[in-house]
Design a binder for this molecule. Structure first.
Ligand code: GDP
Ligand code: MG
Length: 276
């Protein structure tokens, strides 16, 4: 079975929807492009809403990561709300050289907190994992926001972390995702440095055919492929899938402990010594 087919049939508990939020032009699409393709395009193309899917085979199990790269404009509040409802993980991005983008990130964080307190079952206790990303670190000499200020807006929120990145110079992009996966208890192999990139048609059998078709090598490492033409499911399917994942995750939390231990952020932003 190809990795793509596996992705279709992945167990709900191994699927997550990551939503990338933040005002426009802060580098959301650039961060996603670095993560998925290790590419940076210096040209700004306004995003309406882009949907990506990455499928992994890790230690014999299939995982699927859906990524929703939002526009940042949000003329329709309902659209942003739908992205909150269907998300399991968040990257909230601002530009370190733009106070305006930071203020927008603060507003979004506030909205998210209100949304979570209204909708999360009491049994969950924990808000969805979130990493606050100060992008365009390469412009730090013109910085408008210092790390200390970014940390204050996360104070008291469990399941969150902070990192400064540069999508342009590829600084800390992997780190932002690693921290998110760690908060979400996802396998570390999902980060680009820790798995092999394969084609979507790779059958994930763990073997590689040699000359004359003989299976001559056992491959046990984790692998992952980007879906070549993933499309966001219809609104109904989207909501249904989110409901399935969330109820599974909630039941897991309930089973593991009646009062789950609050996951605290490490709050050890890399580069903190440089920017303070
Ligand atoms: P989005 O609207 O948040 O998705 O922003 P984009 O990813 O489209 O990026 C907006 C602009 O910022 C583009 O011209 C990018 O080339 C540029 N950009 C993105 N990331 C960085 C970065 O880390 N450093 C610098 N200097 N420019 C960046
Ligand atoms: Mg964009």
């Amino acid at each position: 079975m190809s990795l793509l087919d596996r992705g279709e049939n992945a167990l709900p508990e191994n699927c997550r929807r990551l939503v990338v939020l933040g005002s426009s032009k802060v580098g959301k699409s650039a961060i996603v492009s670095r993560f998925l393709y290790d590419q940076f395009d210096g040209i700004y193309t306004p995003t309406v809403e882009n949907f990506y899917q990455k499928i992994y085979k890790i230690r014999g199990e299939t995982y699927r990561l859906d990524i929703l790269d939002t526009s940042g404009f949000h003329p329709f509040p309902a659209m942003r709300r739908l992205s909150y409802v269907t998300a399991d993980l968040f990257l909230l991005v601002y530009d370190v050289s733009s106070r305006e983008s930071f203020e927008e990130a603060k507003k979004i964080l506030q909205q998210l907190q209100e949304y979570c307190s209204q909708t999360m079952p009491v049994s969950c206790h924990l808000p969805p994992p979130l990493v606050l990303v100060g992008n365009k670190f390469d412009l730090a000499k013109n910085r408008a926001i210092h790390c200390a200020e970014s940390l204050t807006i996360l104070a008291g929120r469990p399941m969150c972390d902070f990192v400064e990145t540069s999508a342009m110079l590829n600084i800390n992009i992997d780190e932002a995702f690693v921290r998110l996966f760690e908060l979400a208890d996802l396998p570390p192999e999902m980060s680009p440095a820790l798995h092999r990139k394969v084609t979507p048609s790779y059958d994930g059998s763990g073997t590689k055919k040699g000359l004359f078709g003989f299976v001559n090598r056992k491959i046990s490492e984790a692998c992952g492929a980007v879906h070549p033409n993933a499309r966001r499911p219809s609104m109904n399917t989207d909501l249904l899938m989110a409901q399935n994942r969330k109820s599974f995750l909630a039941s897991q939390i309930r089973r593991s402990s009646p009062l789950p231990k609050k996951k605290k952020s490490k709050f050890t932003p890399l580069l903190v010594a440089v920017c303070w």
